[in-house]
Design a protein around this ligand. Structure first.
Ligand SMILES: NC(=O)c1ccc[n+]([C@@H]2O[C@H](COP(=O)([O-])OP(=O)(O)OC[C@H]3O[C@@H](n4cnc5c(N)ncnc54)[C@H](OP(=O)(O)O)[C@@H]3O)[C@@H](O)[C@H]2O)c1
Length: 166
């Protein structure tokens, strides 16, 4: 486990996290929370998630995993393996911001998950499994009701259980 490494994602109640390279919903408060929790920290992401941004996000380093040795992009620090990404990120807080392939690659390293539960089902093509309660313990929750077209959602913080062998 890496001290200070956390996963951050929003997940629908049917597991969907993405559709056609984008988020399937628009929840401004979630984008605001994402900004607050990642600002000033190195972010590790997959090349597809990087490509989903219109441009790099201000105030944060973008460490981008790709298997393509020729890939480069303005604002991206390229890594070709998990170890290389961790080395580039250095010590301290590190935000792993997706997508599904990258969460799977780093879950074992994470000490915390900042999850947004979107309390609705969405169509999509990218999924995250439910977190294992034997490994992850909920330590904070903030519930928000549905409003007009926007679904209800909850901001949830989970920490790795100390006794967890994973
Ligand atoms: N709801 C949320 O919170 C959230 C967060 C993030 C993303 N998303 C959504 O998720 C979708 C993208 O997720 P995704 O799982 O399809 O893609 P992704 O994880 O963003 O990126 C996958 C890419 O990462 C690279 N990669 C993966 N494993 C690697 C490894 N071991 N070594 C080196 N490179 C590696 C490969 O890039 P190359 O193909 O270049 O080799 C691979 O194609 C989008 O719809 C996005 O909007 C949602």
């Amino acid at each position: 486990m890496s001290d200070g490494l956390f996963l951050i994602y929003a997940r629908a109640s049917n597991g969907v996290i993405g559709k056609d390279g984008k988020l399937p919903w628009h929840i401004p408060a979630d984008l605001k929370r994402f900004k607050a929790l990642t600002m000033g920290k190195p972010m590790i992401m997959g090349r597809k998630t990087f490509d989903s941004f219109p441009s790099p996000l201000p105030g944060r380093r973008h460490i981008v995993l790709t298997r393509d040795r020729d890939w480069q992009s303005e604002g991206a620090e390229v890594a070709h393996s998990r170890a290389e990404a961790l080395q580039l990120a250095g010590q301290g807080q590190i935000a792993v911001i997706g997508g599904a392939e990258i969460y799977a690659l780093f879950e074992q390293e994470a000490e915390r998950v900042e999850l947004t539960e979107v309390h609705s089902e969405f169509e999509g093509d990218t999924y995250m499994p439910a977190l294992d309660e034997a490994v992850w313990q909920e330590v904070a929750r903030e519930d928000h009701p549905a409003e007009n077209d926007r679904p209800a959602y909850s901001f949830v913080t989970l920490e790795r259980r100390r006794e967890s062998a994973k």
